[in-house]
Design a protein around this ligand. Structure first.
Ligand code: NDP
Length: 305
């Protein structure tokens, strides 16, 4: 009965009568989120195999940070089985959940919650999304790579931890503000193995320590606006191996245009979005994320053309 509204709020939960298993993404703002498109397409597709999924639906909720504690309690009481969290809730929710999975440990951010009898359990599927997206689009496995990671915000933190857990041999983090850069690099030591090098650089510093053949990953917000400059001058670096930009809308950022002009393999962050979503839906439904991924990718691509 609630399935036709584009965006729900905490107030809607007061009169919520459905007790069907539901899923939702919570954010503020949230109306542009594409998550419902890919999740609902997959639920519909796999209902043929798991008939109970026909009753499930994935919704958007606009929830402010102040409302988050109450919203999490109310959603679990109304039978929601899983939630995704986006800006600005990923960090805040860490203090509101009953448990944190290893995937979110050390990142300090959860993007996926699973309902358990004890309360919500927090996971982070962004790291997996990045790993799987890079493998799928660029044919590169993070293990043994040399990575130049641009940015030191929330997405960069998750990416850095994933790179270290996957066994990169070198991780160079580059960020505009030194304070944020140093704060991130300081927390990475506990994730790295003895044979891995971790360095922090500001864009003004000498880049020779990078070496050639780095995989460049953009985790800054530069590129979200079509007029944004590239976060790094690729020509000023020792020749990179490939470029992955977490931004997916617009689909071709300045950084990706520069990479193409230099003949470098490159990809935007759409596959990361799909793979983090597939991993979340897999946690909620028990279906294999690799089977969910193509169905979700197809739905998202159809929406974005
Ligand atoms: P944060 O706000 O936490 O971090 C922003 C980062 O960008 C900081 O490192 C900041 O540097 C840097 N930055 C911002 N403006 C500039 C600028 N003008 N010049 C240079 N650096 C700048 O954002 P998130 O980490 O949450 O998100 C980063 C990006 O990743 C976004 O574009 C987001 O859309 C994308 N993303 C994509 C996902 C996907 O599934 N594809 C998933 C998650 C994120 P400083 O520290 O100096 O301020």
């Amino acid at each position: 009965m609630h399935e036709t509204k584009a965006v729900y709020t905490l107030k809607d939960l007061e009169s919520w009568t459905s007790r069907e298993p539901q899923l939702a993404v919570l954010g503020h703002p949230i109306k542009h989120s594409l998550s419902p498109v890919m999740h609902n397409a997959a639920l519909q597709h796999f209902a043929a195999e798991k008939p109970e999924l026909a009753a499930w639906h994935y919704k958007r909720f606009d929830v402010t940070p102040e409302e988050l504690p109450q919203a999490l309690k109310a959603l679990q009481a109304r039978g929601f089985v899983g939630l995704n969290l986006t800006v600005p809730h990923k960090v805040l929710a860490c203090d509101l959940v009953a448990g944190i999975d290893r995937s979110a440990e050390g990142i300090g951010a959860v993007n996926t919650l699973v309902s358990t009898p004890e309360g919500w359990r927090g996971y982070n599927t962004d790291g997996y999304g990045l790993y799987a997206g890079i493998k799928q689009d660029l044919g590169i496995d993070l293990q043994g790579q040399s990575v130049l990671l641009l940015g030191a915000g929330g997405a960069a933190r998750g990416a850095a931890v994933e790179c270290l857990r996957r066994g990169v041999k070198k991780l160079v983090v580059m960020n505009r503000s030194r304070a944020n850069l140093e704060a991130l690099v300081a927390t990475l030591n506990s994730f790295k193995t003895a044979d891995c090098t971790v360095l922090g650089l500001t864009p003004e510093e000498d880049k020779t320590a990078l070496g050639p053949e780095s995989l460049v990953i953009n985790a800054t917000s530069l590129g979200l606006k079509p007029e944004d400059p590239a976060p790094v001058d690729l020509q000023a670096l020792p020749r990179p191996k490939a470029v992955f930009d977490m931004v997916y809308n617009p689909p071709k950022t300045r950084l990706l245009a520069d990479a193409s002009a230099l003949g470098l393999p490159c990809s935007n962050g759409l596959s990361m979005l799909v793979n983090q979503g597939a991993k979340a839906l897999s946690l909620w439904t028990g279906l294999d994320s690799e089977r969910l991924q193509p169905v979700m990718a197809r739905a998202l691509k159809a929406q974005l053309v």
